[in-house]
Design a protein around this ligand. Sequence first.
Ligand code: SDX
Length: 427
Amino acid sequence: MSDAAKFSLSGKDVEFPVMSGSVGPDVVDIRKLYAQTDAFTYDPGFTSTASCQSKLTYIDGDEGVLLHRGYPIGELAEQSSFMEVAYLLLNGELPGSAELGTFSRTITRHTMVHEQLATFFRGFRRDAHPMAIMCGVVGALSAFYHDSTDIRDPEQRIIASHRLIAKMPTLAAMAYKYSVGQPFLYPDNSLSYTGNFLRMTFGVPAEPYEVNPAVEKAMDRIFILHADHEQNASTSTVRLAGSSGANPFACIAAGIACLWGPAHGGANEAALNMLREIGTPERIPEFIARAKDKNDPFRLMGFGHRVYKNYDPRATVMQKTVREVFDALKVNDPLFETALRLEELALNDDYFVEKKLFPNVDFYSGVILSAIGFPTSMFTVLFAIARTVGWVAQWNEMITDPDQKIGRPRQLYTGPTQRTYLPVEQR
Ligand code: SDX
């Protein structure tokens, strides 16, 4: 592509540099557009806007490619571990065994939370949505860890990063325990990151808890699949919050709030609820018709993506993992057959083919999480545990990017022009 973008506006010819990345679309650097033309660009939803430069994750939506620091998600999901992917995203290279050991031990030794945080849960109703609890308690971490909130200090940034990655599973397990009226379990540092989370969630003080290796492996793979995903809505929220200098705990709480939406991370909960509403394959045509009906707000949850116009590579791994978990737990869930049939019918329907709507990461995850024993309301919390690695890595990259400044978009104003105030007796 050329090294400059030229166009004229109101009779004035302007030219902007074109920048190329290591792979993927070039960008037109329009930072001087307003100064040179007195006009803004208009891009609600940022469908054609690059907000930053990043080395973390590359997505080719047309080819269904997802790379973390250059490594394909399929290879990481099959061969790596969530702790290793966390190290890779944070540091840029896969760790040697000694580096991985040190990193895992560091994370493990941050898994406990301040004892007073337990009282925060008591303020919530038992039936509070766990994501509401997570928004609250993660934001509250900044009240307990003042020694890692100075974002200008690289050491404090790393400690805050480790604390967030380590404490999310503990807080998530506490949110679940609180909802079912069971006592909190402290972390057991002899377990893996994911094994520790499973024990804190499903273990009880009355008896030992045996981590099922197949479930541990499947859960760890699900965490890998959700770790990072370029400049998605919640990651952009974390970056925007961080651009004001807000502390990392507040930024991650903002990301959790954004992820909760059903169009984003909340889709895994919505997708399983949709499959339950559909029930049997016989009712699928009724729901496909509703999804195609312009007058019906219903959408097939777990389908479609802003970037993927091909199969989401994470959904491929997720579908394979369903069978592994079913075999390991000797369970079956007829909803999986319904999901497979729904995918088959949708991918043979012109509407979905023309609009390039494929299953995304959220379509099959709920079937697995439900089989493992998580209630639907915990699904997005699990997404948040994994995505905290990506949020923290993206936040660190943003803080150290010399191009970054406070994010402050402009607008196309369509409201009333200036007018004179009239006292109420004259109106
Ligand atoms: C995640 O960004 C990320 O990377 C997110 C994520 C990550 O890892 O961070 O990948 C995680 O959020 C995955 C997406 C989960 N959300 C869902 O599954 C909810 C259902 N899907 C959608 O609502 C939708 O597909 C989005 C929000 C995911 C993408 O929306 P876009 O890119 O803004 O596309 P759009 O809403 O403009 O839809 C384009 C067309 C529209 O039809 P027209 O108005 O052009 O006629 O496709 C239709 C939409 O009506 N459409 C759907 C549909 N998704 C889009 N129609 C039926 N069912 C759907 N699921």
